[in-house]
Design a protein around this ligand. Structure first.
Ligand code: GTP
Ligand code: MG
Length: 159
C-alpha cells in the first residue's frame, strides 16, 4: 500500500549539518518528497506533536529538545513508507540502533545515561510510528496546499 509519512530532522541533526545526508538516504530508497519546510516550533506546538507523551517522565526534556532550534519537516510517500522510514531511521535508543541506520551511524546515547542528566535522548529524527500517527502528524505540520501530488518518474519501481 502506498503511504504518506512524516519525518522531522530534529534540531540536533540540523545543527550538525546532517540534513542532506538524511534526505539522501530517504531518496536513495526510492521515497518521494511530497512536502518539505523548515520550522522552529514552540512549546505549545511541541505538546501537540508529542501529545501521546505528555504524561511521560521525559516529556519536559523532550519538549526542550524539539524546541532547541529549527527542524526540517518532510512528508514522504512510498510503498509501506511508514515501516520503511522507521527502518532507515533505526531504533529510538541510539545504542540499540544498528550501523547503517541514521541513529546508529550518528549517535550512541543510552536512555539510562540521558535520563540521569535530565535531558531527552537526542536521536536526530522523528518518524511517524503508525498510519494513525502519520495522518494526524501530517495534518498538524502541513496544509493541504503544501502537499504536492506530482509525478516523478515513469518507472513503476520509483513512485
Ligand atoms: P519519534 O520518532 O521522535 O517519535 O521517536 P520514537 O517513535 O522512536 O520514540 P517515542 O515516540 O517513543 O519517543 C519520542 C521521543 O522521546 C524519542 O525520539 C526520544 O527523543 C524521546 N524519548 C523516548 N523515550 C525516552 C526515554 O525513556 N527517556 C528519554 N530521556 N527520552 C526518551
Ligand atoms: Mg514516536
Amino acid at each position: 500500500m502506498i503511504q504518506k509519512t512524516l519525518v522531522l530532522i530534529k534540531p540536533d541533526a540540523v545543527k550538525r549539518a546532517l540534513v542532506g545526508d538524511c534526505i539522501k538516504r530517504f531518496e536513495n530508497a526510492g521515497l518521494k518528497i511530497i512536502g518539505m519546510k523548515m520550522k522552529w516550533v514552540n512549546k505549545d506546538f511541541a505538546r501537540k506533536h508529542y501529545s501521546a507523551h505528555i504524561e511521560k517522565p521525559f516529556f519536559k526534556s523532550l519538549s526542550e529538545y524539539i524546541t532547541l532550534g529549527p527542524v526540517v519537516a518532510i512528508v514522504l510517500e512510498g510503498i509501506e513508507s511508514i515501516e520503511l522510514v522507521r527502518k532507515i531511521v533505526g531504533h529510538t535508543e541510539p545504542k540499540q540502533a544498528h550501523p547503517g541506520t541514521i541513529r546508529g551511524d550518528y549517535a550512541h546515547h543510552t536512555i539510562a545515561y540521558t535520563d540521569k542528566t535530565g535531558k531527552s535522548i537526542m536521536n536526530l529524527i522523528h518518524a511517524s510510528g503508525t498510519a494513525e500517527e502519520a495522518e494526524q502528524e501530517i495534518k498538524l505540520w502541513f496544509t493541504k496546499e503544501e502537499i504536492h501530488d506530482y509525478k516523478r518518474s515513469d518507472h513503476d519501481f520509483v513512485l
